[in-house]
Ligand binder design. Sequence first.
Ligand code: CTP
Ligand code: CA
Length: 224
Amino acid sequence: ENDILDKLPLRGKKILITAGPTYEAIDPVRFIGNHSSGKMGFEIAKASANLGASVTLITGPTHQKVNHTLIHVVPVVSAQDMYDAAHKYFNTVDIAILSAAVADFTPKEVSSKKIKKNHSTLTLELTKTKDILESLGKIKKQQYLVGFALETNNELENAIGKLKRKHLNLIVLNSLNDKGAGFKTETNKVTFIDDKETITEHQLKTKAGVAQDLLTEIIKQIDA
Ligand code: CTP
Ligand code: CA
């Protein structure tokens, strides 16, 4: 009935996206976080919805805003919250793109009271968080699973290691080496590696441009 909408390449597809940082509580007023702006994940969500997909966007604390009928935003705070939300939605989606900068470590104990400065040093014990992406790779059925890799050295080798270890269909290597690429910038320089280890290098682009390239690549791969 609606020819134009039927031609949207992701119409009828459900996509799960994670975005932003996570905050790991130390005490009632402090946390461990990182500089992720959430922009990359939000751009992927918008580009997906504009191609007709129904998007669940699980996001850590960020200033990003989106208002789109096809995007359902699920705000979370900690790595554990994000893990729980991702597992809640994963079974029902066709594609999952995990772009969040999840904390790798979290305080072993959260102090119920504000920590006072009445000592000269303070040691926090941290424990490793659950790897959300790896855990989804272990249970995935038909889902097309995409991860990111943020690397500063041995980039290709490390990214391919993550692709294999986490059972991904595609990994987006984000180079922090390049000027104008990374966390707080408006642009990214990415390389895609698929499960056949085919490597596609892209130019430095806006995050919206990277999102377009990524969805074009995913559509190509799921149609192949
Ligand atoms: N990731 C995740 N859950 C975590 C840590 C990472 O889902 N607890 C995901 C990220 O969203 C990203 C991918 O795993 O898609 C790779 O994250 P990255 O930080 O580059 O790699 P790690 O596997 O955490 O390893 P390291 O930080 O030691 O390089
Ligand atoms: Ca990490």
